[in-house]
Design a protein around this ligand. Structure first.
Ligand SMILES: *Cc1c(COP(=O)(O)O)cnc(C)c1O
Length: 410
């Protein structure tokens, strides 16, 4: 085979031109509509949502897109999750079950509200929480579950909702990586009691930073709105602070850009899916490499592969692919979230260790998650602007690395 020597070993890389990337304009769809939106807000002289029109309009548009009763805008995905936990309103020491594989924005809001994150293990292929692992983690102190749709693949949310209902606890969906991922005739974010979204630079759509939370429950929506606005009730004429809360307000500039981005969202999801399905078809025959399972419901924030031992060392794969011009990341995280210093070493409130004083998160707590991160999960950056020829390069590089690194039966 020509060009079979890995770029890592001095061979010719499959690709030298960078792929479209979320880190610059090549992989983002910001156009005239976004420019006009920013200009409209600036020329209006009103940049704050407290008196502006863009944030209320965005909230209506996003709620309508998802068929939700209410949407509450805020300053980040982490903030949206904090609003959701604040709506759960746990007592100190109450437990919230979540996943060890996610952005820390899933977990820190639990600790900020003085509740204890309880980590349940994940499915060995998708990396998502499962109804079985969550059921095993429920205790009398459990108040909620935060499920993440990792890389854009929906978790088993209908089953999780049934489980939560059975125990009288709330289900929060972290949809930061899974805009418009279908669940039957609806979308992720609509099965749980609250769904949370992020507008950070690398998500399907972005306004730099921003967040949205959706719910059908008017009281929970109000509580979230108040939590993003220092507890100050703008819907009544009381002038007071109703409960302990922060300022997580979205600005008019962010809302105006997000409204333009919302019009592009379906196209972004469709184009990411088309590219991903082409890649999956191109590597289907490779032994020891598992492409992301797609029940027509994956929205591909990233493209995660499972590399079995027979296919070679996952971190070697990541370095070899990157050298071929295809950015790849081994493990997604360097360790499960419970092994990060803030959590494992209880670096929280002063020297108190609160609320984790009596909690420990030993190595081996979630074996599937640890195996994915340490040995199996290989994550390729994905993008709506990949062309067929970009995808063909990605496939060629994966095949080349497979050929060089997999342990052939001798
Ligand atoms: C990005 C992300 C977050 C945090 O969103 P920010 O807007 O960066 O605060 C939370 N959860 C998941 C799964 C994410 O991907």
């Amino acid at each position: 085979m020509e060009n079979s020597q890995l770029a890592r070993d001095g061979g010719t890389p499959v690709r030298t031109e960078p792929l479209p990337s979320v880190m610059n304009a090549s992989g983002r769809r910001f156009g005239d509509d976004e420019v006009k939106a920013v200009e409209r807000v600036l020329r209006s002289g009103m940049l704050s949502a407290t008196w502006g029109t863009e944030v209320p309009a965005l909230e209506l548009e996003f709620a309508s897109l998802l068929g939700a009763g209410h949407a509450v805008a805020c300053s980040s995905g982490t903030a949206a999750l904090h609003l959701a936990v604040a709506a759960v309103n746990p007592d100190p020491g109450d437990e919230i079950i979540t996943t060890p594989i996610s952005d820390m924005g899933t977990v820190f809001p639990i600790l900020m509200q003085n509740a204890v994150p309880v980590f349940a293990d994940v499915d060995p292929i998708t990396g998502n929480l499962t109804p079985e692992t969550v059921a095993a983690a429920i205790t009398p102190r459990t108040k909620a579950v935060i499920v993440v749709h990792l890389f854009g693949k929906p978790a088993a949310v209908r089953e999780l909702r049934a489980l939560c209902d059975q125990h009288g606890i709330l289900l929060i969906e972290d949809c930061a990586q899974a805009y418009l991922a279908p669940v039957g005739d609806t979308y992720v974010g609509r099965i749980g009691h609250i769904g949370c979204f992020s507008l950070q630079q690398t998500k399907h759509i972005s306004a730099g930073d921003g967040g949205l939370a959706v719910t059908d429950d008017a009281q929970r929506a109000r509580r979230m709105r108040l939590f993003a606005d220092k507890g100050w009730p703008r819907d009544t004429d009381e002038r007071t602070y109703l409960f302990l809360a922060l300022n997580y307000r979205m600005t008019e500039l962010v809302a105006s850009v997000t409204r333009a981005q919302l019009n592009r969202l379906r196209g972004v999801v469709q184009d990411r899916r088309t590219a991903a399905l082409r890649a999956t078809a191109g590597i289907a025959d490779l032994a020891g490499v598992t492409a992301p399972p797609d029940g027509q419901d994956h929205v591909y924030w990233q493209y995660p592969l499972i590399i079995s031992e027979a296919a070679g060392d996952m971190r070697e794969w990541a370095a070899a692919l990157t050298a071929e011009g295809i950015p790849a990341n081994g493990g997604y995280l360097t360790s499960p979230l419970y092994a990060a210093p803030a959590v494992r070493e209880r670096i929280t409130y002063g020297q108190s260790g609160f609320p984790l004083r009596d909690v420990s998160y030993p190595v081996g707590l979630c074996p599937n998650a640890e195996e994915l991160i340490d040995r199996k999960l290989l994550v390729l950056a994905w993008n709506e602007n990949y062309t067929e020829s970009d995808v063909d390069d990605i496939v060629a590089a994966i095949r080349k690395v497979h050929n060089a690194l997999s342990r052939k039966a001798s």
